[in-house]
Design a protein around this ligand. Structure first.
Ligand code: ZN
Length: 244
């Protein structure tokens, strides 16, 4: 089924190279496969900022290896991985993602997991790495549809960052957010469209979304505590995907 706003057709830009903001979560893993279908070379970047769900960083190499094992052309195109230490971001963020405090809705209607400006910092460092590596395209999993209203996940924010990076580094950057207008159910469907059942199984089994870093409980939708906002989004999305 074609869904509005998703281009599932294969459009390979063989001469262009991309950098994927790859956290090891469900969304960025789908974005990585999306990029591997399109670009001649795809590198990945991850950030260590003191997140409580640091287990994300542990699952990244295994996901990269398994993705490379799914298709020969994906293996050929998958390039270097870059880990950027950003402890300063955790140090200035009094949030539930970086402190041992409750994950809940705060008075400003944002969850206490909100790290102010996190994605602005991520894009800036990604742009610097992309500049140095000659990568024109930045691919990231931001989503306006069901992402708790984080302002730095909005389409206008991403468009502003594309302009800021292009002007500020005097180099043409193109920022892609293939999940911007789709919900979690459609993200599972997109995973299956891109890489079939084997890739969908990989997304469920290997990617990590739980804010608490819990991988002790296996649900139909993957591992997690089952209670935090990230687990709820993922489980609700998977239920709607399998019911469709
Ligand atoms: Zn959880």
């Amino acid at each position: 089924m074609r869904r509005p706003g998703i281009d599932t057709a294969r459009v390979t830009l063989l001469t262009d190279k991309a950098l994927v903001l790859f956290s090891g979560g469900q969304d960025s893993t789908v974005c990585l496969a999306w990029a591997l279908e399109r670009f001649a070379q795809v590198e990945t970047i991850g950030f260590a900022y003191g997140q409580r769900h640091v287990i994300e960083l542990d699952v990244r190499p295994r996901i990269r290896n398994k993705i490379a094992g799914l298709k020969a052309e994906w293996s050929d195109r998958l390039g270097a991985d870059h880990i950027v230490p950003l402890a300063a971001l955790g140090a200035v963020s009094e949030t539930a993602l970086t402190r041992d405090t409750a994950i809940e809705m705060a008075s400003n209607n944002l969850p206490t997991t909100f790290v102010p400006g996190r994605n602005l910092v991520f894009f800036t460092f990604a742009g610097a790495v992309a500049y140095r590596r000659g990568l024109k395209h930045l691919v990231a999993g931001m989503c306006e549809t069901d992402y708790s209203g984080y302002p730095d996940c909005r389409d206008d924010t991403v468009k502003a960052m594309q302009l800021a990076l292009t002007l500020g580094m005097d180099r043409r950057f193109v920022l892609h957010t293939p999940l911007m207008w789709v919900d979690k159910a459609a993200t599972f469907a997109l995973a299956r469209d891109i890489g079939g059942q084997t890739f969908l199984d990989l997304v469920v089994e290997e990617t990590h979304s739980c804010y608490l870093g819990d991988r002790s409980k296996r649900h139909p939708w993957g591992y997690g505590c089952g209670e935090c906002p990230a687990c709820k989004l993922r489980s609700d999305g998977f239920a709607r995907f399998t019911a469709a």
